[in-house]
Design a protein around this ligand. Structure first.
Ligand SMILES: Nc1ncnc2c1ncn2[C@@H]1O[C@H](COP(=O)(O)OP(=O)(O)OP(=O)(O)O)[C@@H](O)[C@H]1O
Length: 586
């Protein structure tokens, strides 16, 4: 089964995506213009921002003074550009402090947990409990009114936002199997953090940075506006303060610093939202294929099309699933798939790893991972179109018409709840059964999946039962709302051979007794031969052969079905026992 959406984006790809995103491009352009003008203030601003000429007070624009003069006759254009240096510089300092404090401590607390997590958590809670304005006022009284000092204090006050973000993300991934695997390979923690952890947290950090930058600029301007800042120095907040006091004589005076603040913080917020889309591979385009889409290989029509009458239970036509590719162009992982599962039938969906089996199954359930979308085609379950359907329609179908049996039974049971809770909750919520009736029915379901002591199992927590038992419980869950179609994704892969046979036998008996249909996702031809009426073979996202199980397994027509069959070792002579002479011979 595939993992979740992650994007290992190179800087060049990232840049290309930014350029391809109108919102990101426009907000970046606005910010670049503002930053360039502010950085070049000594060259382009003209007169000294502090030199006053009372004879020009409240004067309008004139050559060399495009924005006119303030109440003391100081040039507004010059004050705006020089003021930007203090306002934006102060915000950058606050951000640098917040990042320096929040990110490394968040990484360490999330990765190592333990006493460091506990102690840093207390500190962060303490800082968050402090009223920011009161702390800033007290800091000004104690440390002086220099804008830089106040910005350092502000940086400390906003650092918990980075700490919490990074700690939460890292703590979630600490238990990921690939982190354990990296440890097993003997990698040092510093390398694991640099290689596996930073990649995951960098996108949220970049987004948060853009948001906190906007906040810091506005807080800094707010302090200056209230007169808590650095006195005479020109800043956007101080300009607003001065213009506000003289609003009746010169209402336009508020416009320029207000516009500078609004444009800067607005662009930062828009940039953060666009970055989220770009970095997290979100794609909110309508679900249609566009001219820019390109398959990894030519779209040669190898798919055997059987676009005849559609099954009333499950009918898939021309299904195409797309993810944003590494080069920012759409990557089709399933292409033009046609499938039908008839009532009471077991259809095997087979193919090598990565051929698109799980993606096809998830799209039928309307549960594609983030970034994935059905870019073309139709999926009908019980006559209802799933592609483009709203969540309410999908919820109505899931559990009632179609149910799912996963590959890893243990991962799909919440360790905090008993098996009884797992079975009873959905019965109460979707079938609206009273609790006592739901418990009785859950017991009956466990009987149907051939569990001999249902009362003990209902009271047990997931860790108290075996993998085979857990899979039976999940099958019972799939049966609970009398679904007509069960999608089983490698339901026996995680089980040992004896239990595999038991579960397969159970599925076969349930089909016979309840008449339910099964779409069985598997790469194990033995399982398919044992259970399925028909087989569809997937190769690189396309169906290359469909037929009865006997026909596909005994006389496959397509090369890929032949290859799959040849990979089964049944007819191959067993290897001779190992003998030390083999080593000598090498
Ligand atoms: N979240 C994702 N983001 C991008 N591509 C994905 C994602 N999940 C799967 N893919 C790609 O989709 C293709 C099909 O994956 P899928 O999981 O359906 O394969 P599969 O046939 O079920 O393989 P397996 O038997 O190993 O589970 C693969 O090339 C995979 O790289």
């Amino acid at each position: 089964m595939s993992g979740t959406a992650t994007s290992a984006t190179t800087p060049a790809t990232f840049l290309r995506r930014i350029i391809g995103n109108v919102q990101a491009l426009l907000s970046l352009l606005v910010l670049l213009v503002i930053l360039t003008l502010v950085a070049l203030a000594p060259l382009v601003a003209g007169p000294d921002p502090t030199s006053a000429d009372l004879s020009s007070a409240f004067g309008g624009p004139e050559p060399g003074h495009p924005l006119g003069f303030d109440s003391s006759g100081r040039d507004m254009w010059s004050r705006l550009l020089h003021g930007g240096q203090l306002t934006l510089g102060g915000a950058a300092l606050a951000l640098a402090v917040a990042l320096t404090l929040g990110v490394p401590t968040g990484l360490a607390a999330g990765f190592y947990g333990g006493w460091f997590d506990l102690v840093s958590g207390w500190w962060v809670n303490l800082i968050m409990a402090l009223p920011a304005m009161v702390v800033l006022l007290a800091s000004r009284a104690v440390l002086g009114s220099t804008v830089w000092v106040l910005m350092v204090v502000l940086g400390i006050l906003v650092s918990p936002s980075f700490f919490r973000l990074v700690r939460g993300t890292v703590a979630n991934m600490r238990a990921e199997p690939y982190v354990d695997a990296a440890r097993v390979f003997g990698l040092r923690d510093s390398r694991i953090i640099a290689r596996h952890v930073l990649i995951v947290v960098r996108a949220p950090i970049i987004i948060q940075t853009a948001l906190v930058a906007g906040l810091a600029i506005n807080l800094q301007a707010g302090l200056e506006f209230l007169g808590i800042g650095s006195g005479d120095a020109p800043t956007w907040g101080a300009m607003l303060n001065e213009a506000f006091t003289n609003i009746h004589q010169n209402p336009l005076g508020m416009l320029w610093p207000g516009l500078a603040l609004g444009l800067t913080s607005g662009s930062l917020v828009l940039l953060a939202s666009a970055l989220r889309d770009v970095l997290e591979d979100r794609d909110d385009q309508p679900h249609t294929s566009g001219p820019g889409e390109h398959p990894r290989e030519a779209d040669t029509p190898t798919t055997p099309r059987h676009a005849g009458a559609r099954s009333e239970l499950l009918s898939v036509r021309d299904l195409t699933i797309t993810y944003p590719g590494a080069d920012s162009r759409p990557n089709k992982v399933v292409r033009g798939v046609d499938l039908d599962v008839h009532p009471g039938e077991i259809l095997g969906l087979v193919g090598e790893s990565g051929s698109g089996k799980t993606q096809t199954a998830f799209s039928i359930l309307g549960l594609l991972p983030a970034g994935g979308r059905v870019s073309r085609g139709s999926i009908r379950i019980g006559g209802t179109e799933v592609v483009g359907a709203n969540e309410r329609t999908l919820r109505r179908l899931r559990g009632r018409t179609v149910a799912y049996v996963p590959q890893e039974p243990m991962n799909n049971l919440d360790p905090s709840f008993t098996i009884g809770d797992h079975l009873v909750e959905p019965l109460c919520a979707t079938a609206r059964m009273p609790r006592s009736a739901a418990w009785k029915y859950a017991r009956e379901l466990l009987h149907q999946v051939e569990i001999t002591d249902p009362d003990r199992i209902l009271r047990s927590y997931p860790h108290q039962i075996s993998g085979g038992m857990a899979q039976r419980v999940l099958i019972a869950g799939a049966l609970s709302c009398s679904a007509e179609l069960v999608i089983a994704d490698e339901p026996t892969t995680a089980l040992d051979v004896t239990v595999q046979a038991e579960v397969l036998g159970l599925l076969r008996r349930l089909r016979a007794s309840r008449g339910m249909a099964v779409l069985l996702v598997s790469h194990d031809l033995g399982v398919v031969a044992d259970l399925c009426d028909r087989v569809a073979v997937l190769h690189r996202g396309r169906i290359v052969e469909v037929g009865t199980t006997e026909q596909v397994l005994t006389a496959p027509e397509s090369t890929h079905a032949q290859e799959l069959r040849n990979a089964v070792l049944d007819d191959v002579p067993a290897r001779q026992p190992w003998s030390p002479r083999e080593v000598d011979a090498q």
